[in-house]
Write a protein that binds this ligand. Structure first.
Ligand code: MLT
Length: 258
């Protein structure tokens, strides 16, 4: 499927993949700052934002296929930097595992390589059914919004929190259900991490309530040569909660790429 995308700036390509159930607008601070030097391509993954929302289960591999098709439609066959946050990171890992020739470097932000536990998969299925029954994103907003940002962001940046709630509420029940079911069946890519052979920057929120910092440290340790940046006073959405700090590290990483 061809995805809706934003294409901004000159130079070498950096693709940024958003988290669930958000859309590409979560990267507004990266689009502006990175976009002064790089061509930033920000797709909305299927079921989110301006992209189509077909019926069915959206596996992370299907989402990765959509990204490749969209890059193909732009005639971008050379390897690109792929960054993904949380669900976007699952898709980025699928890309580097299945299309290694298309990935120049990786930015893995607030994400993990492991699969869902059976309990997590069960909770996702229950949430998907609830969203479908009520025909509303509200159950997901209620379940996720309180866990997405750090206490610092909740206290000091009410605007960001309100905007996130609005963005989540706009995601359709069908898109939410398809994505929840797809994430629940995603493969465990932990054993793949030592095989990653592109430069990788792992970015973690020091106060991420969904992905404990130790898990990000372990992921960075498992990827040969990976760098790790721990973002203070950031939760699950580090690039959005602490854009200035995060962007400095992303730009430093990008400028050091061969
Ligand atoms: C996300 O932010 O994309 C989600 O937390 C991913 C997930 O639910 O596993």
């Amino acid at each position: 499927m061809l995805l809706y995308y934003v294409d901004h700036g000159p130079g070498r390509v950096v693709v940024l993949l958003h988290g669930f159930p958000l859309d590409g607008s979560m990267w507004e601070y990266q689009r502006e700052t990175l976009g002064t030097m790089y061509r930033v391509i920000i797709p909305d993954l299927r079921g989110h934002g301006g992209s189509d929302t077909p019926a069915g289960v959206y596996s992370v591999d299907t989402m990765a296929d959509d990204v490749v098709q969209t890059l193909n439609s732009l005639r971008l066959k050379e390897p690109v930097v792929v960054g993904g946050l949380s669900m976007g990171g699952y898709v980025a890992l699928s890309l580097v595992a299945r299309y290694p020739e298309r990935v120049r470097a990786l930015l893995l932000m607030n994400t993990r390589a492991g699969a869902d536990t059976p309990q997590t998969a069960q909770v996702r299925e229950e949430l998907a059914q609830q969203v479908e029954r009520l025909n509303s994103a509200a159950p997901v907003v209620e379940a996720m919004l309180p866990k997405l940002v750090a206490p610092f962001t909740r206290t000091n940046n009410a605007t960001v929190v309100a905007r996130l709630g609005e963005q989540m509420a706009k995601t359709t029940p069908r898109g939410i259900a398809g994505t929840l079911r797809g994430m629940a069946i995603r493969p465990d890519r932990t054993a793949f991490l030592p095989k990653i052979n592109v430069p990788t920057l792992v970015i973690a929120g020091a106060d991420d309530a969904l992905i404990p910092i130790d898990e990000s440290r372990a992921m960075a340790n498992a990827i040969p040569g990976a760098q790790l940046v721990e973002v203070p006073e950031a939760g699950h959405l580090a690039p959005l909660e602490q854009p200035a700090f995060t962007n400095v590290h992303i730009l430093r990483f990008l400028s050091g790429l061969p």
